[in-house]
Structure formats: C-alpha cells, structure tokens
Ligand binder design. Sequence first.
Ligand code: HEC
Ligand code: HEC
Length: 197
Amino acid sequence: MCCAPGLGLLFALAVMAGAARADTAALVASQCMACHGDGGNSVVPMFPRLAGQQAQYVAKQLRDFLTGKRKNEVMAPSLAQFKDADVDGLAAYYAAQKRTPITPGNDKLLAAGKALYDDGNTQSGVPACVGCHQPEGLGNDRYPGLAGQHPGYAATQLQQFKSGARNNDRAKVMRAVAARMSDDEIAAVVEFLASLP
Ligand code: HEC
Ligand code: HEC
C-alpha cells in the first residue's frame, strides 16, 4: 500500500515520456521527412542532412528559425507545424539517428579541402576548421557536425555567411571565417566534408 502512489506516478511519467517520443516521431514523419529524408538522411542536396547532428546545434537552429534570427523561405512553412516545446525532442531525435554515407561529387578537391580543414590558410587568415568542428567533422556541444553533409547545402551556407545573408552565428564567428574564404576554398572544403563518414 505504502508505495502504490509512487509506482503510479512512475507509471504516469513513463507513459508521458513514451507519448512524447511517439509525438516526435509522428511530427517528423508528417512534417520533416519529406525534405530532410528518412532518419534525417536527406537525399536532396538543398535539404541539409540532420542524421547524427549535434542536438544542441539542431535545437539552436530550430529556435533561431522560430524567432526569425535565421530565415529561409523553403523551411518557413514548416515553422507553423511545431513549437518551442517540440524543439528539444526534435533535436534529440535527429541526434540519435545514424548517418548514411554519401558520395562526394569531385574527388580531385578532397586533398585541398582536407588541408584547409586541418590547417586553415595562413596567408589569408582562414582558421583551421578542425579547431572548432573537431576531428572527422563530428562537432561537439558547441559546434555543429559537418561530416557527411551535402556539398551543395554546405557551400550555400558558407556563401551566405560570407555575404551576411545568414547571420545567426554568435559573435559573428562563422561570418568572420567565411569572409576570408575564396570560392575555390569553399568548393574544396565542402567536398572533403561530404567524404567524411
Ligand atoms: C519543404 C522542405 C522542408 C521541410 C518540410 C522542413 N525543412 Fe528543415 N530545412 C529546409 C531547408 C531548405 C533548410 C536549409 C535552410 C537554409 O538554407 O538556411 C532547412 C534547415 C533545417 C535545419 C537547419 C540545419 C542545419 O544544418 O543548420 C533544421 C534543424 C531543420 N531544417 C529541421 C526541420 C524540422 C525539424 C522539420 C519538421 C518540423 C523541417 N526541418 C521541415 C527544408 C525543409
Ligand atoms: C571559431 C570556431 C569556428 C571555426 C574556426 C569554424 N567554424 Fe564553422 N561554425 C561555427 C559555429 C559556431 C557554427 C554554427 C553557427 C550557428 O549557430 O548558426 C558554424 C557553422 C558552420 C557551417 C554551417 C553548418 C550547417 O549545418 O548549416 C558550416 C558549413 C561551417 N561552419 C563550415 C566551416 C568551415 C569549412 C570552417 C573552416 C574553414 C569553419 N566552419 C571554421 C564555428 C566555427
């Protein structure tokens, strides 16, 4: 008798947690999968791959979209389909998915892309990407993973940081990096990122 309320509460919490997970999966299936792919492994270059992405980063981007700090007209209609309370569940969902490899389009650029990623460009002052985005492009709590990202999407983001069209990076950190990058460096580094498993 003594413990029945405790067990009842635990049971209720377990049911609620289960319900939250089911809601997230249903939300993803009905509102996100068409563009971001099954398990976040988008097959279309303009739609970012989200499988295995850092949860903190996904949550920040979703909140930035919801508050208008980051804008994109293709993603915009989806913003009415979820709310702030869904964000952490969506972020946890994508972080837990397994990334499937993609084939980079241009093998000839891989060596130049890797050199920029590991060492930066001391002449023009591009910092080494690895310092923030981590070995193998895996990211961490503070920096997004870049491994296995579509080259087309990643190149668009770098160009948008360069022009300032994307300006939701704290302390202008990525705008300062991209401003120093040449178009050839962008083309090379995104092929290297796509090649990372
Ligand atoms: C109609 C297609 C479409 C749908 C549906 C869609 N998105 Fe997106 N999403 C995009 C595009 C395009 C971008 C890239 C925006 C840009 O270039 O800035 C994006 C960007 C994102 C990003 C940022 C990724 C990154 O690497 O910075 C996240 C996170 C995201 N979407 C999550 C979602 C979630 C969660 C849903 C469902 C609630 C959803 N999207 C529905 C098209 C879509
Ligand atoms: C000082 C740390 C730092 C360095 C160095 C850095 N980045 Fe970033 N990068 C960030 C942060 C922080 C973000 C996320 C910004 C935000 O919150 O939207 C980011 C975002 C990105 C994105 C967008 C990811 C997405 O899914 O939309 C790309 C692509 C990227 N960086 C590429 C690079 C490349 C290539 C280099 C090296 C030339 C580099 N970064 C160097 C901190 C850094």
